[in-house]
Design a protein around this ligand. Structure first.
Ligand SMILES: [Cu+2]
Length: 266
Protein backbone atom coordinates (compact mmCIF):
# COMPACT_ATOMS: atom_id res chain seq x y z
CA UNK A 1 0.00 0.00 0.00
CA UNK A 2 2.57 2.50 1.03
CA UNK A 3 4.51 1.73 -2.09
CA UNK A 4 1.40 2.46 -4.13
CA UNK A 5 0.87 5.81 -2.43
CA UNK A 6 4.49 6.74 -2.96
CA UNK A 7 4.17 5.81 -6.62
CA UNK A 8 1.08 8.02 -6.91
CA UNK A 9 2.87 10.89 -5.23
CA UNK A 10 5.77 10.44 -7.61
CA UNK A 11 3.40 10.38 -10.56
CA UNK A 12 1.68 13.49 -9.29
CA UNK A 13 4.99 15.20 -8.80
CA UNK A 14 6.10 14.25 -12.29
CA UNK A 15 2.89 15.41 -13.91
CA UNK A 16 2.99 18.60 -11.84
CA UNK A 17 6.52 19.13 -13.01
CA UNK A 18 5.45 18.68 -16.61
CA UNK A 19 2.70 21.23 -16.22
CA UNK A 20 5.23 23.63 -14.81
CA UNK A 21 7.47 23.08 -17.79
CA UNK A 22 4.65 23.70 -20.23
CA UNK A 23 3.70 26.85 -18.34
CA UNK A 24 7.31 28.05 -18.35
CA UNK A 25 7.54 27.42 -22.11
CA UNK A 26 4.38 29.48 -22.63
CA UNK A 27 5.77 32.29 -20.49
CA UNK A 28 9.05 32.23 -22.41
CA UNK A 29 7.20 32.21 -25.74
CA UNK A 30 5.07 35.18 -24.65
CA UNK A 31 8.14 37.00 -23.40
CA UNK A 32 9.80 36.37 -26.76
CA UNK A 33 6.83 37.79 -28.65
CA UNK A 34 6.78 40.76 -26.29
CA UNK A 35 10.50 41.44 -26.86
CA UNK A 36 9.95 41.17 -30.62
CA UNK A 37 7.07 43.64 -30.39
CA UNK A 38 9.14 46.11 -28.40
CA UNK A 39 12.24 45.93 -30.60
CA UNK A 40 10.16 45.81 -33.77
CA UNK A 41 8.19 48.89 -32.78
CA UNK A 42 11.15 51.04 -31.86
CA UNK A 43 13.77 51.41 -34.56
CA UNK A 44 14.82 54.55 -32.75
CA UNK A 45 17.98 56.16 -33.98
CA UNK A 46 20.84 55.57 -31.56
CA UNK A 47 23.37 58.37 -31.12
CA UNK A 48 26.96 57.29 -30.67
CA UNK A 49 30.49 58.60 -31.11
CA UNK A 50 31.84 57.81 -34.55
CA UNK A 51 35.61 57.51 -34.76
CA UNK A 52 37.29 56.20 -37.89
CA UNK A 53 34.02 56.19 -39.81
CA UNK A 54 33.77 56.18 -43.57
CA UNK A 55 32.13 58.48 -46.06
CA UNK A 56 30.06 58.36 -49.21
CA UNK A 57 30.84 60.85 -51.94
CA UNK A 58 30.03 61.22 -55.57
CA UNK A 59 28.08 63.00 -58.24
CA UNK A 60 24.51 63.00 -59.44
CA UNK A 61 24.05 63.55 -63.16
CA UNK A 62 21.13 63.85 -65.54
CA UNK A 63 21.01 61.34 -68.39
CA UNK A 64 20.42 64.08 -70.95
CA UNK A 65 20.46 67.84 -71.17
CA UNK A 66 17.12 69.21 -69.96
CA UNK A 67 16.07 72.82 -70.25
CA UNK A 68 14.66 74.53 -67.20
CA UNK A 69 10.98 75.40 -67.57
CA UNK A 70 9.60 78.93 -67.27
CA UNK A 71 6.74 79.25 -64.85
CA UNK A 72 3.77 81.39 -65.86
CA UNK A 73 2.54 83.67 -63.16
CA UNK A 74 -1.12 84.68 -63.13
CA UNK A 75 -1.55 86.31 -59.72
CA UNK A 76 0.03 89.33 -58.00
CA UNK A 77 1.85 89.94 -61.29
CA UNK A 78 2.65 93.53 -60.29
CA UNK A 79 4.78 92.22 -57.48
CA UNK A 80 5.73 88.71 -58.64
CA UNK A 81 6.28 89.42 -62.35
CA UNK A 82 4.75 87.54 -65.29
CA UNK A 83 7.19 84.66 -65.50
CA UNK A 84 9.75 83.02 -63.29
CA UNK A 85 12.49 80.49 -63.89
CA UNK A 86 11.56 77.20 -62.24
CA UNK A 87 15.19 76.46 -61.26
CA UNK A 88 14.18 72.81 -61.42
CA UNK A 89 16.80 71.55 -63.86
CA UNK A 90 19.99 73.32 -62.87
CA UNK A 91 22.65 71.38 -64.76
CA UNK A 92 26.37 71.99 -64.98
CA UNK A 93 28.23 71.69 -68.32
CA UNK A 94 28.86 67.97 -67.64
CA UNK A 95 25.20 67.39 -66.65
CA UNK A 96 25.78 67.47 -62.88
CA UNK A 97 22.47 68.16 -61.16
CA UNK A 98 21.99 70.72 -58.43
CA UNK A 99 19.41 70.18 -55.66
CA UNK A 100 19.25 66.39 -55.69
CA UNK A 101 18.72 64.90 -52.24
CA UNK A 102 21.01 62.07 -51.19
CA UNK A 103 19.50 60.17 -48.27
CA UNK A 104 21.13 57.29 -46.42
CA UNK A 105 18.10 55.23 -45.46
CA UNK A 106 17.43 53.19 -42.35
CA UNK A 107 20.50 54.33 -40.43
CA UNK A 108 20.10 52.97 -36.90
CA UNK A 109 23.22 54.26 -35.27
CA UNK A 110 25.60 57.18 -35.76
CA UNK A 111 26.35 60.79 -34.97
CA UNK A 112 23.73 63.13 -33.54
CA UNK A 113 21.83 65.26 -36.02
CA UNK A 114 22.43 69.00 -35.62
CA UNK A 115 19.61 70.78 -33.77
CA UNK A 116 19.70 73.51 -36.36
CA UNK A 117 17.16 76.00 -37.62
CA UNK A 118 15.94 75.64 -41.18
CA UNK A 119 15.02 78.96 -42.76
CA UNK A 120 12.34 78.81 -45.44
CA UNK A 121 11.92 82.24 -46.99
CA UNK A 122 9.12 83.47 -49.23
CA UNK A 123 11.20 85.77 -51.38
CA UNK A 124 9.97 87.38 -54.62
CA UNK A 125 7.14 84.85 -54.82
CA UNK A 126 9.60 81.99 -54.65
CA UNK A 127 10.47 79.60 -51.83
CA UNK A 128 14.11 79.83 -50.87
CA UNK A 129 15.61 77.25 -50.77
CA UNK A 130 13.60 75.02 -53.11
CA UNK A 131 15.33 71.91 -51.74
CA UNK A 132 16.76 71.55 -48.25
CA UNK A 133 17.35 69.42 -45.19
CA UNK A 134 15.88 69.95 -41.73
CA UNK A 135 16.65 67.84 -38.66
CA UNK A 136 14.20 66.32 -36.20
CA UNK A 137 14.82 68.06 -32.88
CA UNK A 138 15.71 71.30 -34.69
CA UNK A 139 13.29 73.94 -35.91
CA UNK A 140 11.74 75.57 -38.94
CA UNK A 141 11.83 79.33 -39.29
CA UNK A 142 9.32 80.35 -41.95
CA UNK A 143 9.53 83.90 -43.21
CA UNK A 144 7.77 86.26 -45.61
CA UNK A 145 10.17 88.75 -47.20
CA UNK A 146 7.50 89.96 -49.62
CA UNK A 147 4.80 92.61 -49.39
CA UNK A 148 2.15 90.17 -50.64
CA UNK A 149 0.33 87.47 -48.67
CA UNK A 150 1.87 84.01 -48.81
CA UNK A 151 0.99 80.84 -46.98
CA UNK A 152 3.21 77.92 -46.15
CA UNK A 153 1.38 74.64 -46.52
CA UNK A 154 3.86 71.96 -45.51
CA UNK A 155 2.90 68.31 -45.78
CA UNK A 156 4.54 64.97 -45.24
CA UNK A 157 4.58 62.88 -48.42
CA UNK A 158 3.65 59.26 -47.85
CA UNK A 159 2.76 56.35 -50.06
CA UNK A 160 -0.61 54.71 -49.47
CA UNK A 161 -1.78 51.82 -51.67
CA UNK A 162 0.66 52.83 -54.37
CA UNK A 163 -0.48 56.47 -54.39
CA UNK A 164 1.33 59.48 -53.01
CA UNK A 165 -0.52 61.27 -50.24
CA UNK A 166 0.18 64.50 -48.39
CA UNK A 167 -0.44 64.81 -44.66
CA UNK A 168 -0.49 68.45 -43.56
CA UNK A 169 2.11 69.21 -40.87
CA UNK A 170 1.96 73.04 -40.83
CA UNK A 171 -0.34 75.36 -42.75
CA UNK A 172 0.41 78.96 -41.85
CA UNK A 173 -0.54 82.34 -43.31
CA UNK A 174 2.03 85.13 -43.71
CA UNK A 175 0.05 88.30 -44.43
CA UNK A 176 2.77 90.83 -43.65
CA UNK A 177 6.29 91.54 -44.85
CA UNK A 178 9.00 90.47 -42.42
CA UNK A 179 6.76 88.02 -40.54
CA UNK A 180 8.54 84.96 -39.12
CA UNK A 181 6.98 81.87 -37.53
CA UNK A 182 9.11 79.24 -35.83
CA UNK A 183 7.96 75.66 -35.39
CA UNK A 184 9.67 72.49 -34.20
CA UNK A 185 10.78 69.77 -36.63
CA UNK A 186 8.98 66.75 -35.19
CA UNK A 187 8.16 64.56 -38.15
CA UNK A 188 10.81 62.80 -40.21
CA UNK A 189 10.46 62.31 -43.94
CA UNK A 190 9.95 64.05 -47.24
CA UNK A 191 7.88 67.21 -47.04
CA UNK A 192 6.38 69.19 -49.88
CA UNK A 193 5.67 72.86 -49.31
CA UNK A 194 3.16 74.80 -51.37
CA UNK A 195 1.82 78.32 -51.21
CA UNK A 196 -1.93 78.11 -51.71
CA UNK A 197 -2.00 81.76 -52.87
CA UNK A 198 0.59 81.15 -55.63
CA UNK A 199 0.37 77.68 -57.19
CA UNK A 200 3.80 77.90 -58.87
CA UNK A 201 5.60 78.23 -55.51
CA UNK A 202 7.03 74.97 -54.18
CA UNK A 203 9.76 73.64 -51.92
CA UNK A 204 10.91 70.20 -50.80
CA UNK A 205 12.32 69.63 -47.35
CA UNK A 206 13.66 66.34 -46.13
CA UNK A 207 13.45 66.12 -42.33
CA UNK A 208 16.03 63.67 -41.03
CA UNK A 209 16.58 61.99 -37.68
CA UNK A 210 20.27 61.54 -38.48
CA UNK A 211 22.93 63.69 -40.15
CA UNK A 212 23.52 61.35 -43.12
CA UNK A 213 21.74 63.37 -45.79
CA UNK A 214 23.04 65.80 -48.41
CA UNK A 215 21.90 68.15 -51.17
CA UNK A 216 24.01 68.21 -54.32
CA UNK A 217 25.88 71.39 -55.19
CA UNK A 218 25.92 73.25 -58.53
CA UNK A 219 28.16 70.52 -60.03
CA UNK A 220 26.03 67.66 -58.72
CA UNK A 221 28.58 66.73 -56.07
CA UNK A 222 27.85 65.56 -52.55
CA UNK A 223 29.67 64.11 -49.58
CA UNK A 224 28.30 62.39 -46.47
CA UNK A 225 30.85 61.90 -43.70
CA UNK A 226 31.35 59.93 -40.47
CA UNK A 227 29.24 56.86 -41.17
CA UNK A 228 29.83 53.73 -39.14
CA UNK A 229 31.20 50.99 -41.43
CA UNK A 230 28.50 48.80 -42.94
CA UNK A 231 26.12 48.37 -45.85
CA UNK A 232 23.67 51.15 -46.52
CA UNK A 233 20.85 51.87 -48.91
CA UNK A 234 21.24 55.32 -50.42
CA UNK A 235 18.31 57.05 -52.06
CA UNK A 236 18.73 59.72 -54.74
CA UNK A 237 15.77 62.04 -55.16
CA UNK A 238 15.20 64.99 -57.46
CA UNK A 239 11.95 66.83 -58.08
CA UNK A 240 12.12 66.45 -61.86
CA UNK A 241 14.12 63.21 -62.19
CA UNK A 242 13.30 59.59 -61.46
CA UNK A 243 14.50 58.54 -58.03
CA UNK A 244 16.82 55.61 -57.57
CA UNK A 245 18.50 53.71 -54.74
CA UNK A 246 21.90 52.09 -54.47
CA UNK A 247 23.49 49.76 -51.95
CA UNK A 248 26.77 51.15 -50.73
CA UNK A 249 29.37 49.51 -48.56
CA UNK A 250 31.15 51.93 -46.25
CA UNK A 251 34.54 50.96 -44.89
CA UNK A 252 36.40 52.52 -41.98
CA UNK A 253 38.51 55.59 -42.83
CA UNK A 254 37.64 55.33 -46.51
CA UNK A 255 35.38 57.10 -49.01
CA UNK A 256 32.95 55.04 -51.07
CA UNK A 257 32.50 56.61 -54.51
CA UNK A 258 28.91 56.61 -55.72
CA UNK A 259 27.94 58.15 -59.02
CA UNK A 260 24.43 57.97 -60.38
CA UNK A 261 22.68 59.11 -63.53
CA UNK A 262 19.01 59.95 -63.29
CA UNK A 263 16.44 59.98 -66.08
CA UNK A 264 13.85 62.67 -66.51
CA UNK A 265 10.54 62.03 -64.77
CA UNK A 266 7.86 60.83 -67.18
CU1 LIG B 1 2.84 82.78 -52.14
Amino acid sequence: MTEGVDKNKKLLRISGGNNGEVKMKKVLALAGIFILLITGASFAYEVTDVKGGGSIKGKVKAATKISDPELRIDKDVDFCGKTQKANMYMLSADLGVKNALVIVEGVQKGKAAPKSEFLLDNNKCYFEPVVGIAYVGGSYAMKNSDSVLHNTNMGLMTMYKGKERKKVIYNLAFPTKGMVIKKPVEVAGMHEVKCDAHPWMRAYIYASEHPYVAVTDANGNFEIKDLLPGKYTVKFWHEGLQETTQTVEVKANAAADVNVTLNKKK
